[in-house]
Write a new protein. Structure first.
Length: 230
């Protein structure tokens, strides 16, 4: 059989398995607030909502537990994990250190391509806020930071950030919905871009740190609000 014929009849693997698609849907539902911290995740209900088997749902819940989005409580079963203030502080500390470093390096690179890519993501963030499309805000925010790291070849640092991406986006999904965040967040990020455009490494570092610090304060305030007794 010729190589061409083999290629013609080869069964291509689907881009994503059913399990991966279900995982994406449940993770997105948690990050976007459809399922809120403390909500029970009932297997039977998830099977009906997702249109998948209980085996798939159990695999999805185990994976999300490993990511820190789901907790399995005795006598209660899986719930959406409650975000912890101290854990959030540590995540923001890591973000600040790494993003500040990346912003400084971008400024020192003095690359119009970096500035153009950051401005494109920032425009997407502003449009997302304008259209009340929080999914677009999260997507373009992730793109902004990916540019910040990868355009200066800090792929290891970006890998570290990616390990925290799910929890970072869970925090972002709360902070981006707070009052005036749609104005103040993009304004703070534009200061990072402006400093990079000027080649001002220290200014870019400071702007990145200020942006993370502001988000940390907002997250702490949101997480401090006690959930009313049911």
């Amino acid at each position: 059989m010729s190589g061409a014929l083999k290629d013609a009849i080869r069964v291509e693997r689907a881009a994503k398995t059913l399990r991966e698609l279900a995982l994406d849907k449940v993770r997105e539902a948690i990050v976007n607030g459809y399922f809120r911290p403390g909500d029970r995740l009932v297997e039977r209900d998830l099977c009906a909502q997702l249109g998948v088997s209980r085996t798939v749902v159990r695999e999805v819940l185990r994976h999300l537990e490993s990511e820190g989005l789901v907790a399995n409580l005795p006598n209660k079963g899986p719930i959406v994990a409650q975000l912890d203030i101290e854990e959030a502080k540590q995540i923001y500390e890591i973000r600040g250190a790494l993003e500040g470093m990346a912003a400084r390096l971008c400024a020192e690179r003095r690359s119009p391509e970096i500035v153009a890519a950051l401005e494109e993501s920032l425009a997407g963030i502003r449009n997302g806020y304008r259209d009340n499309d929080m999914s677009a805000v999260l997507t373009n925010t992730s793109s902004f930071y990916q540019t910040l790291f990868t355009m200066v070849d800090r792929n290891v640092a970006w890998g570290v950030v990616n390990l925290l991406t799910v929890r970072i986006n869970h925090l972002r999904s709360m902070t981006i919905k707070t009052e005036r965040r749609g104005i103040e967040g993009p304004l703070q990020m534009s200061k990072i871009v402006d400093a990079i455009r000027r080649g001002d490494g220290e200014g870019a570092y400071r702007a990145a740190m200020d942006h993370v610090a502001a988000a940390s304060v907002i997250a702490e305030g949101v997480l401090s609000v006690k959930k009313p007794a049911e």
